[in-house]
Design a protein. Structure first.
Lengths: 115, 114
């Protein structure tokens, strides 16, 4: 696609429920990132996919968080048993990858509110 | 020590002045340095990136890099009210033959007063 597409744009859920957030990167981009941004805070790295390499999961805050990327394209971030502190904007970004300038293009984000 | 540090601000400058935004980083292996702008309620968008020590100019924006001091800055000349936003510094390095994760600072809030 022309840009990075994320869905849903807004999600309100109850504490304890599971949620799935979807990211469709720019066509041809081999690198895909998930970041989290809480109100007034910076971008917190969650997970990074690069081609067929094992993902860098070092930023996932707990085992309730997981992500997969199917066919090297679409990615899904899953949060199980959501907690109120999970409320944030979840941003997906993609880049061409490789060893060139790692220029990220961000999606519009998915705003998650856990009641 | 945080990986990427920025003064949170707010930094307030009058219209037409030069705004100077600063960033320090801890990883000496960092090789690429980026400045993103984020308007309130929007996603970050790239302003410019720099690899080499020295200055890189793009219109009203100049990025400055000093790897020895682990310091990168962004100068905005002739600041406009439309430049009011949060400016995010980001760094990454290449490991294992491919780009590594991009690490962001918390950002500096800039306000340009008419």
């Amino acid at each position: 696609g022309a840009g990075v597409s994320q869905s849903p744009s807004n999600k309100v859920t109850e504490k304890g429920k599971d949620v799935e957030l979807r990211c469709d990167p720019i066509s041809g981009h081999t690198a895909l990132y998930w970041y989290r941004q809480s109100l007034g805070q910076g971008l917190e790295f969650l997970i990074y996919f690069q081609g067929n390499s094992a993902p860098d999961k070092s930023g996932l805050p707990s085992d309730r968080f997981s992500a997969e990327r199917t066919g090297g394209s679409v990615s899904t971030l899953t949060i199980q048993r959501t907690q109120q502190e999970d409320s944030a904007v979840y941003l997906c970004a993609s880049s061409i990858g490789g060893t060139g300038a790692n220029v990220l293009t961000f999606g519009a984000g998915s705003r998650l509110t856990v009641l | 020590q945080k990986e990427v540090e920025q003064n949170s601000g707010p930094l307030s400058v009058p219209e037409g002045a030069i705004a100077s935004l600063n960033c320090t980083y801890s990883d000496r292996g960092s090789q690429s340095f980026f400045w993103y702008r984020q308007y309130s309620g929007k996603s970050p968008e790239l302003i410019m990136f720099i690899y080499s020590n020295g200055d890189k100019e793009d219109g009203r924006f100049t990025a400055q890099l000093n790897k020895a001091s682990q310091y990168v800055s962004l100068l905005i000349r002739d600041s406009q009210p439309s430049d009011s936003a949060t400016y995010l510094c980001a760094v990454n390095r290449i490991a294992g033959g491919s780009n590594y994760k991009l690490t962001f600072g918390k950002g500096t809030l800039l306000t340009v007063n008419p």
